[in-house]
Design a protein around this ligand. Structure first.
Ligand SMILES: Cc1cc2nc3c(=O)[nH]c(=O)nc-3n(C[C@H](O)[C@H](O)[C@H](O)COP(=O)(O)O)c2cc1C
Length: 390
């Protein structure tokens, strides 16, 4: 009787999450549910950016755990734009076999899809050999580091790097590619009026500042045909005086939708806003009031995103509120980063009827691990060590 009742309760709870566990489509790619793993820098590749078994294990755990679409941590498009050693790189074809192995293993799990996020550090570069680069030489507020201003020829070369890297993600078997155009990295430096003061075709009005994302899109399309979805994580607000505003990012979104982007994941914040690491893009969450912090942004962008999916990221912790967001059509997918570091099997937990919120306490210790080691959930590790000792 108890067994029967427990199963009945689980069934009722799962029915409550029917929007979360509905299949969806990004471009022509079917996603088995509405749960996305937002890009999470891993630092688990080899020192020179090749895939390791350790990195594959991280993705196997996510694939087993029920996420519908997994987005990788940023893969670097060029040596000048790496965040650190141990990041995954795709500068040339020598990286493809390792990437292909990772993708093939993820695809062995039932209907899991995987997108490669590709990016360049741009103005926030910290490479000891290559100076940071940007559309304009605007110094970083906290370090006073002045990036080198790109010539328009150099911009065209960088566009080619993004296109070639996208082609390599396609050849590796990824289901789609996500251009990282957020958080103060290179592509977001172009769309922001705070970091782009150019007077040429890549600067000035909104159309020009968005040109790099349009050019990259069109050139990838030419190379890979119509079927490979191209999506982006998009800076929608800089949260600095004189920075990108929601009013402008609404117009940028419209341009990208018209260009053909299959999905947009609105985000915001940059190094300048991250002093103390408790703010955008990965905010502390002290109570349920702090959750879903890009929902107001989504509500503004969703009405102009016809034929383009909106992936909502930022403080998604409660499956019932995620369900409500999807049901009310404020987003097509919900996306999580920190919760899936703590619980890679969170989607399955919810699906199987345990609908308590994510265990992640949003302390950002995972963010700090990035400075010195691979990225992991510190709280989870401590709990595991405690259990091992007792
Ligand atoms: C440890 C860590 C690594 C991250 N790495 C990336 C990344 O590689 N690319 C990216 O676009 N965002 C990255 N982010 C931002 C997350 O994808 C996400 O936008 C943010 O943490 C908010 O989602 P959450 O509340 O589910 O964590 C990272 C965040 C953290 C905490």
């Amino acid at each position: 009787m108890k067994f029967f009742l427990n199963n009945l309760i689980k069934l009722v709870k799962t029915i409550d999450l029917k929007y979360l566990f509905r299949t969806g489509k990004i471009g022509n790619v079917i996603i088995k549910n509405r749960i996305v793993r937002s890009a999470t820098y891993e630092k688990r590749a080899t020192k020179h950016g090749h895939i390791t078994e350790h990195l594959i294990k991280m993705y196997t755990d996510l694939a087993k755990g029920g996420t519908g679409l997994i987005i990788t941590g940023t893969i670097a498009v060029d040596p000048t734009g790496t965040g650190s050693p141990y990041q995954a790189y795709l500068f040339d074809d020598s990286y493809i076999p390792g990437q292909k192995k990772l993708v093939d293993i993820v695809h062995e799990y039932s209907d899991v899809k995987i997108a490669a996020q590709i990016g360049h550090t741009g103005r926030q570069g910290i490479h000891p050999k290559y100076p940071p680069i940007a559309p304009s030489p605007v110094p970083l507020r906290y370090s006073k580091q002045i990036p080198k201003e790109l010539t328009s020829e150099e911009i065209k070369v960088l566009i080619e790097k993004f296109v070639n890297t996208s082609c390599r993600t396609y050849e590796s078997g990824y289901d789609m590619v996500q251009l990282h155009a957020a958080h103060g990295y290179l592509l977001s430096n172009f769309i922001s009026p705070y970091t782009n003061k150019r007077k040429d075709e890549f600067g000035g009005n909104i159309q020009n500042r968005t040109k790099i994302l349009v050019d990259i899109y069109n050139q990838i399309r030419e190379e890979v045909g119509k079927k490979f979805p191209i999506i982006t994580k998009l800076q929608t607000q800089d949260f600095v005086p004189g920075g990108l505003s929601l009013n402008e990012s609404k117009q940028i979104t419209k341009i990208l939708v018209d260009t053909g982007y299959a999905a947009i994941e609105p985000s915001g914040g940059m190094l300048e806003t991250m002093e103390g690491v408790n703010t955008y893009p990965s905010k502390f969450i002290k109570s349920s009031n702090d959750e879903n912090y890009f929902l107001p942004t989504a509500k503004i962008l969703k009405p102009i995103m016809e034929n383009c999916s909106l992936i909502l990221v930022g403080g998604i912790r409660n499956p019932l509120s995620a369900e409500k967001i999807l049901k009310e059509n404020f987003a097509d997918y919900i996306s999580m980063c920190r919760p899936l570091l703590r619980e890679p099997d969170l989607p399955n937990r919810w699906k199987n009827g345990d609908i308590s919120p994510a265990k992640c306490i949003s302390c950002n210790s995972c963010y700090n691990t990035m400075m010195t080691s691979e990225v992991y959930c510190v709280v989870k590790q401590k709990l595991e060590e405690k259990n091992f000792d007792s």
